[in-house]
Design a protein around this ligand. Structure first.
Ligand SMILES: Cc1cc2nc3c(=O)[nH]c(=O)nc-3n(C[C@H](O)[C@H](O)[C@H](O)COP(=O)(O)OP(=O)(O)OC[C@H]3O[C@@H](n4cnc5c(N)ncnc54)[C@H](O)[C@@H]3O)c2cc1C
Length: 436
């Protein structure tokens, strides 16, 4: 009976769903052993370090991951980084196939003058900071000013804006990292703008996230009803409006029409606003936007501009993959054809394959499709060894058992505070929690 050894690199949703697809494909004629390699001592990828703390239900998908992880053919190798601790060729030689599920963690640049000023940051820094990612625990987050501008019109931009605009007491019962919770309580930010280059009809926000906005008790959310009505008229002029767009525009109309409560905290949407320049003497003071117009469904620059005096600018316009030695990347993703990395036994899944699009569930069907190709490509088993012989003696590997101890310890502290967990935010602290 052929038995194949598969290495999966990256313990985010795509990695787990690839493991699940392999587990589900097993039969009397075909079996797999799966080694999952993760650079952090904690698995779950963006479910831990991306999804907003005030969306705890979304994170319950981690229960599915844990079921996959306790199957007898699965081993976790956390605290092992590909490109640093081990090299891709080592895996290629030792495993029948290598599945790259390394995500995309670097924020795309706006490419405008002033972008490198202090307090001009990326969602790829702000989000992991509030979520307790060890690489960002010491990030210098300056919330001393009053006005923040978030650039982008997708759910990541919305998360960033909402985290800054909501009353921090709403975050007390969440797993927001302790350092971020403290900083958000002390934050002076009261006005948050969220600015998208295109119209409301083009925005990548999704309806459930938009529908949450009128429910923010301590924040007034402003959208211009006329701007939304114009967008609706433009969409209708093109024919029948697609269901998801209709519900998005309807959710925006509700936001626009919800009475305001004269709250000190405000979240203000600007559409058709293209960032042109960030100005400031050493740090952000103002951001200048070009005003766009929609003409025949194309975005055109009207030549007019406006400016917002701001203390903080967060760009949330997408992500690209961090390069890994020995792996070819193209346009911010691993070079691949439908998940196959040509002429190798390497495959790519999730954001590393497609770029930063889709919700957690998108990675499930995507990984299943790639695993189907991987199985089609399998020849006779050839695996010669495994990762254990690659790591130097003394390297502290976070196995599933160690991770379970870390997880239990974080959850136990959380229970005493009425929170889902209290995250340890340094590698040393996490490894410490994992000790028997
Ligand atoms: C801010 C934010 C909020 C989101 N909120 C939601 C939401 O509410 N609902 C929803 O459905 N979707 C949400 N998403 C989308 C969802 O998180 C992604 O679809 C999903 O996480 C992508 O999965 P992935 O496995 O490809 O990447 P990731 O989740 O990024 O996982 C990649 C993993 O690979 C590891 N890794 C990277 N490089 C290496 C290396 N060299 N060696 C070893 N390991 C490595 C990383 O540490 C990480 O654990 C959100 C995304 C972001 C950015």
């Amino acid at each position: 009976m052929p038995h194949y050894k598969i290495a999966i690199v990256g313990a985010g949703p795509a990695g787990y769903f690839a493991a699940q697809a392999l587990q589900n494909s097993q039969s009397d004629e075909l079996t797999f052993s799966i080694d999952m390699i993760e650079r952090l001592p904690t698995p779950w990828g963006l479910v831990r370090s991306g999804v907003a703390p005030d969306h705890p239900k979304i994170k319950t998908v981690a229960k599915v991951f844990e079921k996959i992880a306790v199957e007898p053919n699965f081993r976790l190798f956390g605290n092992v980084e590909l490109g640093r601790d081990i090299q891709v060729n080592d895996l290629i030689e030792r495993y029948d196939a290598v599945v790259m599920a390394t995500g995309s963690a670097i924020g795309k640049k706006l490419g405008i003058f002033g972008e490198n000023l202090k307090n001009s940051i990326s969602a790829a820094e702000f989000v992991p900071w509030y979520n307790g990612h060890p690489d960002y625990a010491d990030f210098d987050m300056d919330l001393s000013g009053k006005v923040a501008v978030v650039i982008g019109a997708g759910n990541v931009a919305m998360d960033c804006a909402r985290m800054l605009a909501l009353d921090p007491t709403d975050l007390d019962p969440t797993d927001t990292a302790d350092h971020a919770l403290k900083a958000l309580h002390e934050s002076n930010i009261r006005k948050v703008y969220i600015c998208g280059r295109r119209g409301p009809e083009h925005a990548a926000f999704t309806a459930p996230e938009l529908r949450e906005l009128p429910k923010l008790e301590h924040t007034d959310v402003h959208m211009d009803a006329m701007v939304i009505a114009d967008a609706h008229a433009r969409a209708a002029a093109k024919g029948e409006i697609e269901k998801h767009l209709e519900s998005n525009l309807e959710a925006m109309r509700l936001v626009a029409e919800t009475p305001k409560d004269s709250n000190e905290r405000e979240l203000i949407f600007h559409f058709l606003a293209a960032p042109k320049e960030i100005k400031g003497d050493g740090k952000v003071q103002e951001i200048v936007f070009g005003i766009n117009e929609v003409e025949n469904d194309a975005i055109v620059d009207s030549g007019k501009t406006f400016a917002i005096e701001a203390d903080l600018v967060i760009s949330a316009i997408g992500y690209e993959s961090e390069p890994i030695a020995g792996v070819a990347f193209e346009k911010g993703k691993i070079s691949n054809l439908d998940g196959r990395v040509p002429n190798t036994n390497v495959y790519a899944v999730g954001w590393a394959k497609r770029g930063p699009s889709g919700v957690i569930g998108t990675n499930k069907s995507d990984a299943a499709d790639v695993v189907k190709l991987l199985i089609e490509d399998l020849k006779l088993p050839k695996a010669t060894g495994d990762i254990t012989e690659l790591l130097p003696t003394g390297h502290e590997v976070v196995t599933q058992e160690v991770w379970q101890r870390i997880n239990a310890a974080e959850v136990a502290v959380g229970e005493t505070q009425g929170r889902p967990r209290v995250k340890a935010t340094s590698i040393a602290a996490l490894l410490g929690l994992g000790k028997a």
